[in-house]
Design a protein around this ligand. Structure first.
Ligand code: SF4
Length: 655
């Protein structure tokens, strides 16, 4: 295939790899698709929507595993080393959207590709080697069964180059654990939704890439000027030093001591006095030998802490990239006040190829054990009590290898609850099919953003961080016309408008791509603004974007992803939280006694869906909204499937 168009920003080429046929084909990127969906999550979602046969089982060879970059990947635009993975999720059945930093995205772009679309299933284990124009499917028999780090070593030895970038799976992905992880290099996870299980279902052990072609920029002088302007502003931002020093670990004391909403023992408690000091960011700095920070490509923040446990039971354990998620999910959530244990669990999860959902599933199982719903016998003799470090480490191994109780806990939440039975489902820590890292009982921004997240309950797709890092005036200025209390996370006012805006913005950030930490949403008065992003994207690509164009792209992407979920069979009943958030409350702390209010929350979801252009009764999109966003193919397809708003007697929304 000869690509005759001269591209700026985008590489202009998609790489198709059919593992069933062992076939590799390159195709030109459609310019209209590039302009309308940009890259990363947007481009990946568009490709998945167009090319996946509706109703495909997530572990069927017909599922697609798409890795996509954006037009700013591989440039010096701050924090643009992100990579998106898009697929149908074995954990939820929804669209799978994973995003990781590191170097793979830039290398893929420099090799000349905007995205790789992997389909089919190899007859035997394979890995893919991409060396600029040369792409090969290679035998992975000797790597199968190895952990991620061993696999990376083997690939580096084979290629005789330890500067290449990799995406690998461990035993969990091979064994189709529903939340198997695809690991980028040695420490960056394509988290949430089971990226590793989809690779495993394709007999695909790893992908390695080396690129050296660079990125062509339309207006290099303007691009460089804007790039330095955004970088310098970022460094002056009030939160810059905080992110740089602690990353998201900075959240821990706020959630524990101020908000009283730390997930402790499967959201049974909201504070963890035993861990206040032991698991604080300051203790981390003292007890862990923090080596110089690691960074994703082109990032001035460099939040990745490379660490080695200095002393105690886990002395010598080391890895890069600890952050709040690992800190709470393996710490207070399992009842363990020890940084060494947190680092150990993180290392084991990375090597076995398990997403952090493993911490939630183990915590859920421990609550079931506490309540007598799971017995010692059903847990293969393990005493699944809070704080029992050795048992949790053994349970992780059993899950990755699907051994005994591990086989049950390796499933999606729905399947695991069906297998355990009794009342087990109501104790799951989930919102819209996926585990949450934030408590939704008191905070309406958390509840709504997690409920409507297209990949299932999650804090990275619509949660407006800026409304608790700034002032109500800041939020009101961003969203003129919204109620005064829109920026108050405990108020119900203005939340549908706020979360709608935030979802559109997150879709833009994940498509340029840039890291959430570098944007104004996390670093107010410093991170790049939407106006600056539009300008630098225009200078990079030669396509004129304004702030409003970007917001329209964000809306288009989020509506298409939601429509994907509708096409795959989901309706209004998708948006549900576990009973535990409605029926139980924290016994102490700032949120003592507060339960989520179902009536209020259901109304928020209805208002959000209406605002987004979906019918609040059925959850189906409106034809006029799809057409306005240029999604006519989506409208036509859903109409044939009888899944448009207004196609049902009970709807009151006109088409
Ligand atoms: S802020 Fe941290 S996660 Fe984000 S790009 Fe920079 S180093 Fe990577």
């Amino acid at each position: 295939m000869e690509n005759k168009k001269k591209w700026y920003g985008w590489a202009g080429t998609l790489l198709n790899i059919d593992l069933t046929k062992s076939e590799i084909k390159k195709e030109p990127l459609d310019p209209e698709m590039a302009v309308n969906f940009i890259g990363g999550d947007g481009l990946g979602s568009k490709l998945l929507y167009d090319r996946l046969t509706p109703g495909t089982d997530p572990l069927d060879p017909g599922n697609l595993f798409i890795l996509s970059t954006g037009p700013l990947s591989g440039t010096l635009f701050p924090s643009s080393g992100r990579l998106s993975a898009v697929f149908k999720s074995p954990m939820t059945g929804l669209i799978g959207l994973s995003n990781a930093g590191g170097y793979f995205g830039p290398e893929l772009k420099w090799a000349g590709y905007d995205a790789i679309i992997i389909s089919g299933r190899a007859e035997k284990p394979v890995w893919i080697w991409i060396d600029n124009d040369n792409v090969e499917i290679r035998d992975a028999a000797e790597m199968w069964g190895k952990d991620t780090w061993q696999t990376i070593e083997r690939i580096e030895e084979t290629i005789d180059d330890n500067t290449i970038s990799t995406v690998t799976i461990g035993p969990a992905g091979e064994n189709l654990v529903a939340y198997g992880l695809a690991l980028v290099n040695r420490s960056r996870g394509l988290g949430k939704g089971g990226s590793g299980a989809v690779m495993g279902s394709k007999n695909l052990k790893a992908i390695a890439v080396r690129g050296s072609k660079g990125v062509r920029i339309h207006d290099p002088d303007k691009f460089e000027e804007l790039n330095w302007q955004i970088r310098e502003n970022l460094k002056k931002a009030p939160n810059y030093t905080l992110w740089s020093k602690f990353g998201t670990m900075a959240f821990y004391p706020i959630l524990d001591e101020v908000q009283g909403a730390l997930p402790v023992c499967n959201f049974q408690e909201g504070t963890f006095p035993e861990g206040s000091k032991a698991l604080s960011p300051d203790t981390f700095i003292k007890e862990i030998e923090a080596l110089p920070n690691e960074s994703c490509f082109g990032c001035p923040i460099q939040c990745g802490h490379y660490m080695r446990v200095k002393s105690g039971k886990y002395a010598g354990t080391h890895l890069e990239g600890i952050e709040y998620y690992a800190q709470f999910v393996f710490g207070p959530n399992l009842g363990v006040p020890d940084w060494g244990f947190v680092v150990k669990c993180h290392e084991v999860a990375n090597r076995l190829g398990l997403q952090f959902s493993v911490g939630h599933l183990m915590s859920w199982a421990a609550e079931l054990y506490q309540r007598g719903i799971l017995t010692k016998e059903e847990c293969d003799g393990l005493e699944l009590t809070w704080g029992n470090e050795d048992v949790f480490l053994e349970l992780m191994r059993k899950i990755a290898y699907r051994d005994g109780i591990g086989d049950v806990l390796a499933c999606s939440y729905e399947e695991a609850a069906n297998r355990i039975g009794k009342d087990s489902q109501k104790y799951q820590p989930i919102i819209t099919k996926l585990d949450t890292s934030e408590c939704p009982r008191a905070r309406y921004d958390v509840a709504l953003s997690h409920l409507i997240s297209n990949r299932g309950g999650d804090h990275n797709k619509a949660l407006p961080y800026f409304n608790w890092m700034t002032t109500p005036e800041y939020v009101n200025a961003l969203l003129p016309g919204t109620p005064e209390k829109t920026g108050d996370m405990y108020s119900v006012d203005g939340k549908p408008e706020l979360i709608d805006y935030s979802e559109n913005v997150h879709a833009i950030l994940d498509s340029l791509p840039t890291c959430l930490f570098a944007s104004f949403t996390m670093t107010p008065d410093g991170g790049g603004t939407l106006e600056e992003y539009a300008e630098i994207l225009s200078a990079g690509t030669g396509v004129r974007y304004t702030k409003n164009d970007l917001l329209q792209v964000g809306r288009r992407i989020s509506v298409m992803e939601r429509s994907f979920n509708v096409r795959e069979g989901f309706d209004r009943s998708l948006y549900q939280m576990s009973e535990k958030f409605y029926e139980t409350a924290f016994p102490d702390g700032a949120q003592k006694g507060v339960k989520a209010d179902k009536k209020i929350i259901d109304k928020l979801v209805d208002d959000f869906l209406t605002r987004k252009g979906f019918d609040p009764k059925t959850g189906y999109p409106r034809m006029d909204v799809l057409k306005d966003l240029g999604l006519k193919n989506v409208a036509d397809q859903l109409k044939k499937m009888n899944r448009l708003a207004g196609q049902h007697e009970e709807d009151n929304v006109s088409m």
